[in-house]
Design a binder for this molecule. Structure first.
Ligand SMILES: [Zn+2]
Length: 192
């Protein structure tokens, strides 16, 4: 991660949403028209540059599809894996990679790749999603310092969420398909 923020620069209009961020000379370009990357209490974070209405798409995750072996081979410093299936990952790019986790997120993932606003978001607000809605590796954990009163302190795979929160995310369509499939395989109720 980069240590200190620099002046923010506009992203050219013809710039695609996805850029390889690693090795990029300036991590603080504004991306995707309505977003910017800046210093956050958690390091760098992704922020709204304009208002987003509830339900509006903030960004679409894209990137190369990698197997678990490819993610491991690429290494922590070079891969930004978003789990999208059993042992299959989207190597997400700039600026999506700067969206931090929060235990009280203001965005969530719909249709596996769309990050949507869960509430009205104002310019300057940081974009957060709950990483547990996209993870089921059976060993993934991360310490959380989101600072929310409801902070889980240590976040993990989707099944580590309290049952009520699993239901809430499922009923709102904010859980990746492969997780829903695995839950159904285990006999969980169909929430569609
Ligand atoms: Zn937290």
């Amino acid at each position: 991660m980069y240590e200190s923020p620099s002046p923010l620069l506009p992203l050219p209009q013809d710039q695609p949403g996805f850029l390889e961020c690693h090795g990029h000379p300036d991590p603080l370009l504004i991306g995707d028209g309505g977003l910017f990357v800046a210093s956050s209490p958690l390091g760098l974070g992704l922020f709204a540059a304009r208002s987003f209405a509830e339900g509006e798409t903030i960004l679409v995750f894209n990137g190369a599809l990698l197997t678990l072996e490819q993610v491991i081979a690429k290494g922590d410093d070079q891969a930004n894996p978003l789990q999208v299936d059993d042992q299959l990952y989207l190597d997400i790019g700039y600026p999506a990679v700067y969206a931090n986790h929060s235990c009280r997120p203001n965005t969530g993932i719909r249709d596996d790749v769309r990050l949507v606003a869960l509430e009205p978001i104002s310019p300057g607000q940081e974009i957060f999603w709950d990483y547990s809605t996209s993870m089921w590796e059976d060993y993934w954990v991360m310490d959380c310092q989101c600072g929310e009163p409801c902070c889980r302190r240590q976040i993990g795979d989707f099944p580590s969420l309290p049952t009520w929160q699993q239901w809430e995310y499922l009923s709102r369509g904010l859980v990746l398909q492969f997780i829903r499939r695995r839950l159904e395989e285990r006999g969980a109720p169909d929430l569609d």
